[in-house]
Ligand binder design. Structure first.
Ligand code: AMP
Ligand code: GLY
Length: 431
């Protein structure tokens, strides 16, 4: 099976990641029509935005049928964890339309941390030692915490909008947090809590495209999660990204392939999981050895905004390989250049912030940078802010400083009240 020569694509999502996907899809000579649901002011430059919620599967189906869509590409995790792949697969009217993303069984690698940890243990994949607890086993949870050294890592099992991981400096605080989580601090997501050993090292994000048996490792990236410079303050969705990552050199990536990627793909097959999408492996480099911190079943945001600009080969061909079990035939071409992306956020983010603020300067961006929109919307002819992360400004360069200089020059051109960005993206990699 193949896609037709020219393809109508429906892309689900509305962030910077989706603008980057839309930008790359729009460049393909094979793209006929591109729709983005619901999209943002940036995706509207690449295709047609559709007012449709990605988790409303019934409406997605109707749109696919009415518009002769040949492929659905899923950006965020929520529709995947809620079963969009299975929904399409089980419906006779749409089961011929490939969905780029894992089945519900595969999406559990992100939807349940307890499932992901058990998967890693079962398949011998290096990760922090752990145990899981529920309300009934609270006392055992306390005892397990007593066997660990500070700091203590507690994770709500289910999706908690990126907030479900808590790291605590003392045993007393860890015990109190365990009780709070099991008492519903994160709702049902915290009915089970994973407690794990703290790993010390530097993190990076490895992206793998797979059809369930063949795989391609995409460019590696590093993101910057905290709001403040020097990695201080609250966690955010991500304040910037760099690709490639100097410490993730050939030796390290070979170790990642051998000890993590191959066992993960083999594990998926052994467990009978259907997986036709992206695996995002959050890794910790512990003294040169990679450990899995988490799996996500989608691409990262803002990493995608630094990864896709380095992919030179056609993305529709990549999706075709993923969807039809023929990824081995796809020739992935990666640029050796460095990509950096700097995220501009709304003042106050990740706590409360204003929306609807007009943005100026977007028509003055130098051609050496690409502005991917995240939280934006159009009011008349004016682009306005509509979210915490507003733009991701990407540039390619010959080195990290070269790419960063371009990204920051472009960031300076963007003007809206309350604009904030980190000035230290990539600096830790230059030491
Ligand atoms: P996660 O949502 O699983 O990515 O966790 C959020 C962040 O918590 C990660 O990006 C790490 O910085 C940190 N983290 C998670 N697990 C551990 C661990 N076992 N040891 C140290 N840091 C961790
Ligand atoms: N940048 C981290 C994520 O997408 O989860």
């Amino acid at each position: 099976m193949k896609l037709p020569a020219s393809v109508n694509v429906l892309l689900l999502g509305s962030g910077g990641r989706e603008h980057a996907f839309a930008w790359k899809i729009a460049q393909s000579p094979r793209t006929a029509r591109l729709y983005i649901a619901p999209g943002n002011a940036g995706t509207a430059q690449e295709g047609t935005n559709v007012d449709l919620q990605p988790t409303n599967f019934g409406s997605v189906k109707q749109f696919v049928l009415n518009n002769n869509i040949n492929m659905v590409v899923v950006g965020p995790e929520e529709p995947l964890v809620k079963g969009i792949w299975d929904f399409f697969h089980e419906d006779n009217e749409i089961h011929h339309v490939p969905v780029i993303g894992p089945s519900t069984g595969g999406a559990r690698l992100e939807g349940s941390k307890d499932f992901a940890k058990a998967f890693m243990m079962r398949h011998g994949i290096p990760t922090a030692a752990y145990k899981s607890f529920s309300k009934e086993t609270l006392e055992e949870g306390y005892k397990f915490l007593e066997t660990l050294k500070a700091p203590y890592v507690l994770k709500a099992d289910g999706l908690a909008a990126g907030k479900g991981v808590v790291i605590l400096p003392s045993l007393e605080e860890a015990k109190a947090e365990l009780r709070n989580m099991l008492d519903g601090k994160f709702g049902a997501a915290g009915n089970t809590v994973v407690i794990e050993e703290f790993l010390s090292g530097i993190e990076c994000s490895v992206f793998v495209a797979t059809d369930g048996k063949n795989y391609k490792i995409l460019p590696v990236a590093k993101d910057y999660k905290r709001i403040g410079e020097g990695d201080t303050g609250l966690n955010t969705g991500g304040m910037g990204a760099v690709s490639p990552v100097p410490f993730a050199d050939e030796r390290f990536m070979e170790e990642v392939r051998r000890t993590i990627v191959e066992p993960t793909i083999e594990g998926i097959q052994k467990d009978g999981i259907v997986y036709q999408g992206f695996i995002f492996i959050g890794l910790m480099n512990v003294e040169g050895k990679p450990y899995v911190i988490e799996y996500n079943v989608r691409m990262g945001d803002p990493e995608t905004e630094a990864v896709l600009p380095r992919i030179e080969s056609d993305i529709i061909g990549l999706f075709e390989g993923i969807a039809f079990g023929r990824l081995d035939e796809y020739e992935l071409k990666i640029s050796p250049r460095t990509a950096t992306t700097v995220v501009c956020v709304s003042g106050g983010y990740p706590e409360s912030y204003a929306k609807g603020i007009p943005v100026q300067g977007l028509d003055t961006i130098p051609s050496s940078s690409t502005v991917f929109h995240a939280g934006t919307t159009k009011k008349g002819n004016t682009v306005c802010t509509s979210g915490g992360r507003v733009f991701a400004v990407t540039s390619l360069g010959e080195s990290i400083p070269d790419a960063l200089a371009k990204s920051y020059a472009a960031v300076e051109k963007i003007d809206y009240e309350g604009k904030y960005f980190r000035r230290d993206i990539g600096q830790d990699l230059l030491k």
